[in-house]
Design a binder for this molecule. Structure first.
Ligand code: ADP
Ligand code: MG
Length: 253
């Protein structure tokens, strides 16, 4: 049976207006509402609420995709008992995201395998769910991209993209030393982010050793100055989770 013209037009308009949930549900919600003898505003309200919820969910999914987390990790799978050196109350507070509105930075310092990347991802994920724009990059990945875009004279475009972010995660500072230009370009990003975008930096290096990867002492000082002006520091001094996990498995055999 062909649809009546009003229905056809309505469905067309709902598509044009980009109201997919309205379109999907107007009929079924209509049936329920007529059974319950709801008035028209209640009917429309129910549809509008569904549309809003779906829209918010899609936006969060989009932000998570754009954040480009290497592996999606959340706080639910983080075992605080396995890494007692991590300040759990501070992590719980940070998950609420007030540091982002205050443009404060986070620094996660500790040995490899102590959950720094996991926590940085979980914090980024929480921020996405709170409507924040997040981007996860390895520090080396960012520096490589900065150097490449400098070559092709598209650096400004990258800076513009970074400036739109609420949170920039820079993972693994310290594993690879930077060239002089690389270090300067990284400093530029940190400078521009200052009081505009929250940075979450993970590193295996204590502050004294940052000069080793950044080269110049003056540049390291200036970078640390900006990064740590308003900063929360999470330290993970425990054993590597991977190592403990592997040992536990070996014992079981
Ligand atoms: P880091 O970045 O400090 O080197 P990762 O966050 O990459 O360490 O952790 C290594 C692996 O161990 C990851 O798969 C991570 O999810 C897991 N892991 C580390 N610490 C914990 C923890 N406390 N609870 C659950 N998983 C953990
Ligand atoms: Mg890591």
């Amino acid at each position: 049976m062909s649809k009546n013209p009003s229905v056809l037009l309505l469905e067309h308009h709902l598509k044009e207006l980009k109201l997919p949930t309205f379109l999907r549900d107007y009929d079924s919600v209509g049936t329920v509402c007529s059974q319950e003898r709801c008035d028209y505003p209640t009917y429309l309200l129910r549809l509008a609420e569904r549309e809003l919820i779906d829209r918010e969910r899609r936006a969060t999914e989009r932000r998570i995709k754009e954040a480009a987390f290497p592996v999606l990790k959340t706080i639910e799978t983080f075992d605080f008992a396995a890494q007692v050196s991590i300040n759990e109350p501070l992590v719980r507070e940070l998950l609420r995201g007030e540091y982002i509105s205050k443009r404060e930075n986070l620094l996660l310092v500790g040995n490899p395998g102590t959950g720094k990347t996991h926590l940085a991802t979980a914090l980024g994920f929480a921020a996405c769910s709170q409507g924040k724009r997040v981007r996860f990059m390895t520090t080396t990945g960012l520096v490589t991209q900065l150097l490449e875009q400098r070559e092709t004279r598209t650096l400004q475009r990258l800076h513009k993209q970074l400036e739109r972010l609420d949170v920039l995660v820079l993972d693994e500072l310290g594993y690879v030393p930077f060239s002089k230009t690389g270090a300067e370009l990284l400093f530029d990003v940190v400078s521009r982010a200052y009081e505009r975008t929250s940075l979450i930096v993970t590193t295996n290096l204590p502050f004294e050793q940052w000069t080793e990867v950044l080269g110049s002492e003056r540049l390291t000082g200036a970078l640390l100055d900006r990064l740590t002006h308003r900063v929360h520091i999470l330290e993970a001094n425990g054993e590597s989770f991977r190592l403990t996990d592997a040992k536990r498995r070996l014992k079981r055999k």
